[in-house]
Design a protein around this ligand. Structure first.
Ligand SMILES: [Zn+2]
Length: 338
């Protein structure tokens, strides 16, 4: 078992340099190296790096490379809330939509259900009734991974401050927001959607080939945002990490030095405001079917993945109000830079 741990760690270190080292411990392993029932505990397995299953639902072939993602927390919501800052569930997003609907409407925005999750939950998009090709465009989406609830508290903070902005702000900027792309995973408190898919691995170059919930989100983004003559100035994909606060960006060679600098500029400016994020960045060219990578590669959009610890101890100093304030910091950074 000790040898296996060393091998796995080695794989993790090797692979994280060029594969998707994101908000999960993820690696490949040869099935011949798997020994003993302990290995299966707390892990999900996949043949294709997209659809993950628990061991009991997964067929192992001999001498095959498979993907492994480690599970982190499985606490039921009530027990979760005893230990951590309140879990952001699907009912929270519904309440949030209801609470802000009038303000959005007054600002000329509509809230539309653009599709349903596999289990029939609403997929929301918030965007201008009259899309203006000349305005500065902002794109934000969140919760590809159901168990990363803190991302939505930050989105709420961002939106509450955005809706308090002056009419001049709305004359200059327009936003497209997809606040919860994986409501089924959210309800199951699981990273994946109802089919076991990691939704941040299923952004194809065409929406019709993107999978499940992402096919709706992608179609809407493609038709309404990516069709604009001016690409969004920033696209933020809101996630939760199991380590610290940081932002994922691509490396210098993925596009060019100017693009790298543009990403760094946002990260550093945000870090000046946000004491938790504090300018921390990770460079990762991710997985080719990640939302962030799709936007950077195909459109040259300054897309970043925003990571905040997903499970924050309730008895610590950090509160939900701090998460909301991180959303405010994002807005202030956008206003300063763009
Ligand atoms: Zn994530």
């Amino acid at each position: 078992m000790k040898n296996l741990t060393i091998i796995c760690t080695l794989f993790l270190v090797l692979l994280s340099t060029y594969t998707q080292a994101i908000c999960v411990h993820e690696y490949k392993i040869n099935t011949n190296l798997i020994q003993g029932p302990d290995f299966y505990k707390g892990k999900y397995f996949s043949n294709d790096g997209v659809t993950f299953h628990k061991a009991e639902n997964f067929i192992f072939n001999a001498n095959t490379e498979i993907f492994v993602q480690e599970e982190h927390h499985t606490l039921a919501s009530d027990r979760y809330n005893e230990r951590y800052l309140e879990y952001y569930s699907y009912s929270h997003i519904q309440k949030f939509i209801n609470r802000t609907r009038d303000s959005w409407t007054q600002r000329g925005y509509k809230i539309q259900v653009i599709g349903k999750s596999l289990e029939g939950r609403d997929l929301y998009a918030i965007f201008p009734k009259n899309i203006d090709p000349n305005k500065k465009t902002l794109l934000m989406y969140g919760r590809h991974h159901g168990d990363e609830g803190t991302a939505n508290w930050i989105i709420e903070g961002f939106v509450d401050h955005l809706l308090a902005e002056s009419p001049e702000f709305f004359n200059q900027y327009q936003i497209f927001l997809y606040p919860m792309v994986n409501p089924d995973g959210t309800e199951a408190k699981r990273r994946y959607n109802a089919k076991g898919r990691d939704l941040n691995r299923v952004w194809h170059t065409s929406p019709s080939r993107s999978l499940d919930e992402i096919s709706f989100i992608h179609k809407h983004v493609k038709e309404n945002v990516l069709s604009l003559p001016n690409i969004p100035l920033i696209a933020l994909d809101m996630h939760g990490s199991f380590t610290e606060d940081f932002i994922y960006r691509v490396d210098k060679n993925f596009r060019n030095q100017n693009f790298f600098n543009r990403q760094a500029n946002f990260i550093n400016n945000l870090g000046n405001r946000d004491e938790f994020q504090n300018g921390n960045a990770q460079t990762s060219n991710g997985h080719p079917k990640m939302g962030r990578i799709y936007l950077v590669r195909e459109f040259g959009i300054n897309a970043l993945t925003h990571e905040t610890p997903r499970d924050i101890r309730k008895n610590g100093s950090r509160k939900i109000s701090d998460l909301r304030k991180q959303g405010f910091d994002i807005l202030e950074t956008i206003k300063q830079l763009y």
